[in-house]
Design a protein around this ligand. Sequence first.
Ligand code: SF4
Length: 470
Amino acid sequence: MHESCGVFGIFAPGIDIARIIFYALFALQHRGQESAGIAVANGGDIKSHTAMGLVSQAFAENDLALLRGRIGIGHNRYSTTGSTKLTNAQPVIAKSEELTIALAHNGNIVNAKSLHDELEGRGYSFYSTTDSEIIANLILASPAKKLEEKIEYAMRRLQGVYSLTILTKDKLIGVRDPLGVRPLCLGSIDGGWAIASETCALDHIGADYVREVEPGEIIVIDGEGVRSFKGKGGKRALCIFEYIYFARPDSVIEGKLLYQARLAMGEMLAQEYPVDADLVMGIPDSATAAGIGYSNASGIPYCEGLLKNRYVGRTFIEPDQRIRELGVQLKFNPLSRMISGKRLVVVDDSIVRGTTTPRVVSLLKKAGAAEVHLRICAPPIRYPCFFGVDMATQWELIAARKTIPEIRDFLNVDSLGYLSLDGLIRAVGLPRETFCLACFNGEYPIPVQIGMDKLALEASLKGELSESKV
Ligand code: SF4
């Protein structure tokens, strides 16, 4: 399962911002590894550099040296909309006679096709196949004069999920969709400001966390300071998978440290599904903390049963048969001498299609594990995600097609326990109404009929924008 992109932005006169953005993108690498890009401005033209691959592959010293500016944005892409090619790398640049903007997007726009056709009919050109370029052109197409009003116009027309950083020649803007599905936070750095998908990016560049960008909020940062424009508060739908899997364990979202939330998921699993066993292990890296939590609560010792080869990237676009067959073996190596003959509790973050888990179980059994008791930090995923998570269609979801005993047998494990929805929410420690839980319970935060109900989204945006200082 993959999420779709990391975004970053900085307004910091006097700082070498290209290098700062580079390191921020480095910290957000887990959110997308397909391409990376940086755009900067210095009161005049916008300069940008985008390339395929990891951040470390995308930028050479010379590329960064050419990106001189005092405002900039950056993006790591994992493609959900649009194919794998350089023209789809972000930030996207869009120009009209009066305005040039660069835009970095995390999310997924559901009414992209109709907006694309409308904008094309009005003479706007598209150079990529991403929904992000549609957002950028929609902002330019607004009849409003002020930038924040142009963005608000675009927000009224957009149906879907978006956390954005936007750059003009003299402004940095952060925008979060009215449901707040993807995270976005504001930080301060040496008299300047930064906006990032996750707090871990702020930590690595020496910025201080200030607060979350609120759902439906537009934050405009320029030489006059920071201004916030908010619609009326409405329904919230933060993706709970940020806590289970997507975000880094050292990030804080809504005041909750992800590592602690994951520890608590493991503790809850130990309460809900106790078992007699010799060792507990978490599948690295996303379930490591939950594995430790299970161990703490059960008193069963923790062991690193699988070592992860962290530097395996997407090396071959079309791997040959032998490489394909190696599969998870390329990624994980079991510590046979530690687990041989042992009854293992194996904690994992989630099961989507159920294609990878049997291979991991087989790896552990080949390494001598006497029993494998699988514990999952999420309830069964029975419904697809329409909000930008590249998950699966409903018929591909194993829990939509099989009962839990059938899944246990299919995975070839000795027992299987999925964390209950109540247990998951208690582990995160925020009110249930905070979250999107749709892939577990089918209750989508906006009425979806595969598409979304435009009226419902607009209802949460209703009301005049109110301006306030941050
Ligand atoms: S449907 Fe699931 S994966 Fe998608 S946003 Fe909601 S909670 Fe996240």
